[in-house]
Design a protein around this ligand. Sequence first.
Ligand code: HEM
Length: 332
Amino acid sequence: MLQPTLYRPFLSGRYEVAAGLFRLGVQPIPWRDDGAVEAHTFAFDETYPAFVASKAAAHRRGLHEYAGEANLTPDLRLATLSFLATTIAAESGGVVTWDGERLHNALLGWTVHLDLRRGTVEHLSRVPAPLSELLADIHPVNALDVLGLNIQEDLALIARGPTGDWLAATHVLNPQHWDPRDKLGRDFLGVHAPVAGSGPMNATAPRLVDAVISRGPFVRFAWGIAMSDRLDHHPAAPPDADRHAQTRFDPTGAFLRVERQTLTGFPHAQGALFTIRPYTYPLLEAVASPVHATALTQALRSMTPEQVAYKGLNGLIPDLLPWLDAHAGTLF
Ligand code: HEM
């Protein structure tokens, strides 16, 4: 399997709360070393087992805290599930196959009959396979759950109706300090209300939602500094060092967390699929040259105090900025 792609969205030297949408398959991604154009929605790489294990732990602890539906229409359910099954199989490098009725995953040892129109699991059979133990005690509840457990990405569905847009479904098993239950059923503004400095972006919400449904697909990136590489930071999950009051910055225990997010619209079903794929890189790898250190320190300094607090950086900044400044010099 492939190594995870390394993205450095801080290279712009500015932290921005903005749409930042790139056209998938058209616009090159400046945050990659090779600046390549990307066309994929789903990335399967060598961290796949860690994602399956993390999703299994969330599922076991309480799936309802991570996954749910709010007035999901049958059309949007069918459009999304069809896209997911077909695209996951096409982009899995041979791990997953889909024949229109049965999904087979060679690493999980699962063969699942899905009814996409009803959104149900009709039958699941399991055989021993390299990762079958990770999900041995997990019983998927519906087709979206099956598809979400097969991939590294988290999933959310945006729907639109005569009175506006709303978050119609989540299968977000690795959230970064937010609770999908707080967001289900809310519109773009409600979902993004806690984001410091989101006023200007929120003012364009109707246009953004329209673009996402009618003019994609798009890819965008979010990033932050984390003091743990655990994938699941659901507020109700057991706490760890990240965003813990006692945690101070330590370069050897710090990570750059990047979220690669895609948006694929289904205009005929009045909705869109939002995918979230977290990447956690040791900070010592993400900041590999003085150019990187300079850009990151500039980006962090461009945050308002409210944004520093929102990103959970208050306790880290006093030691993080001097460390970056030293590395922006000639230490490399
Ligand atoms: C056009 C589509 C979207 C754009 C441009 C967008 C943009 C943003 C931006 C700029 C942020 C702040 C990132 C940061 O922490 O630095 C953010 C945060 C967030 N976004 Fe979106 N977003 C979009 C769609 C969605 C959708 C569909 C969801 C549904 C789950 C979502 C959920 C969130 C959440 C949960 C946060 C963090 C809010 C919190 O801390 O409670 N976004 N988004």
